[in-house]
Design a protein around this ligand. Structure first.
Ligand SMILES: Cc1ncc(COP(=O)(O)O)c(C=O)c1O
Length: 420
């Protein structure tokens, strides 16, 4: 850098807010950029590389032809709000008022942020299961919440599901708890919370007068007969639940940026105000197309899950054959793995990193040509995810084949450490 550039950087650094200084750019999205740079097969970020359904694309084209080009009502186009309410009632048997209980946002990312900013005061605590979707960390910082993390343990021979200690969860709640952040089906673990777990969480929310903000974006991506139960369906929770969801994953349109928050009227009023001044509204023609998408026939959702179950089986086989310890997901489209058994040149300066998972992810993308996400990005203390990496399988068969061909090199080049 030239000296004027250095000076400018110094001035800017002093002007940056304390909040913005507390978090880094998204590791997941950085891994996608690295995969592109190294021409690697990108199994890091959870976006499909296959085409979205033709009917949904046609609905978007039609909306633009029909000149739906101006701002929609800030809390969302009426046809989409109506479709969301209908669908939620048919899948979860819970009714919402499309006039007073929905806010359409720019993706569920904005819905989560708007919800947090609408309910959090200084000093409020939120309970977050760990590992967690990385956005929840910056969401907490930006909204001013103090997170209390509760660890989920990976599956073991005694317990085949990711699990949490109920006493530990109970101890994380207290008078300052404003909300628990739930994500079911879960990214990155693939855990689908059971009714019994949800009822236990309900009892804590009621006891401590807390909200449950529940991110249900993978609601239709389920395996092995698991059922998605929304927290809003659990008795006593509709009035204290904010359901976050969106089009991204169910309709394979992550770039459309259409999501929503369902919440009781007073909470919705606050969410709508935040949303209005954050973004005004999501893209109007895509909201219109969303109204058609949400009325897709049941066969669409069945086919989606059936397609993903095959991809899950395939990537599980590939990763296991390559030497990873894999944790089989019950929902969503990610596989968490353990890399403790791998020896690789972690001391090579090209991969130098504070934790093994980051070094491994760099090695994998640069030397093997496959992108994954380091486990540490899902934990508060990076060391805790230091032996895990996450892969996604929301990819074409050709993409998975290309990853398989490259991961063979990993098997050949990287001796497994059978002692560790
Ligand atoms: C749990 C979870 N929530 C939200 C999102 C982002 O959703 P959207 O595209 O609707 O902002 C993702 C994306 O990976 C996710 O995994």
């Amino acid at each position: 850098m030239s000296s004027p550039e250095i000076k400018m950087a110094e001035i800017s650094r002093r002007m940056i807010s304390a909040k913005a200084e507390q978090f880094t750019e998204s590791v997941i999205r950085e891994m996608t950029r690295l995969a592109m740079k190294h021409n690697a097969v990108n199994l890091s970020q959870g976006f499909p590389d296959f085409a979205a359904p033709e009917e949904i694309k046609e609905a978007a084209r039609q909306a633009i032809s029909d000149d739906i080009n101006q701002y929609a009502i800030t809390w969302g186009a009426k046809p989409l709000r109506d479709a969301i309410v209908e669908k939620f009632e048919s899948t979860q048997a819970v009714k919402y008022d499309p006039e007073r209980e929905i806010t359409i946002c720019c993706g569920s990312t904005e819905a989560m942020m708007s919800a947090m900013m609408a309910i959090i005061n200084p000093g409020d605590e939120i309970v977050v299961f760990e590992p967690f979707y990385e956005n929840y960390g910056p969401d907490a910082i930006l909204s001013g919440a103090s997170p209390r993390f509760v660890r989920m343990q990976p599956p073991s021979p005694e317990n085949p599901d990711w699990s949490f200690d109920r006493d530990e969860l109970a101890a994380a709640f207290g008078t300052n708890t404003k909300a628990i952040i739930l994500n079911t089906p879960n990214n990155p673990t693939g855990k689908v919370f059971t009714r019994s777990e949800l009822e236990f969480i309900r009892d804590l929310c009621v006891r401590w007068n807390a909200y449950c903000v529940t991110d249900e974006i993978y609601e239709h991506i389920l395996y092995d007969g698991t059922e998605h139960i929304s927290m809003a369906r659990i008795e006593g929770m509709r009035e204290r639940t904010i359901v976050i969801n969106g089009m991204s994953k169910t309709y394979s349109v992550t770039g459309w940026r259409v999501g929503w928050a369902l919440a009781p009227p007073e909470t919705t009023q606050a969410i709508r105000k935040v949303h209005d001044f954050l973004t005004v509204g999501a893209a109007a023609p895509l909201q219109q197309a969303g109204a058609s998408a949400l009325r897709s026939p049941q066969a669409y959702y069945e086919n989606l899950a059936a397609t993903y179950v095959k991809k899950r089986e395939r990537l599980l086989r590939i990763l296991e054959a390559s030497g990873f310890t894999v944790y089989k997901p019950r929902g969503a489209y990610y596989i968490m793995t353990d890399i403790s058994r791998f020896r690789f040149p972690a001391d090579d300066p090209r991969f130098a990193s504070p934790t093994k998972d980051v070094a491994f992810a760099k090695y994998l993308v640069q030397e093997i040509g496959v992108g994954c996400v380091p486990g540490s990005s899902f934990y508060n203390d990076p060391q805790d995810g230091g032996t895990q990496v996450r892969f996604t399988f929301c990819k074409k068969e050709e993409t998975l084949s290309a990853a398989e061909a490259r991961l063979v090199k990993l098997r050949l080049r990287t001796p497994l450490d059978s002692i560790n």
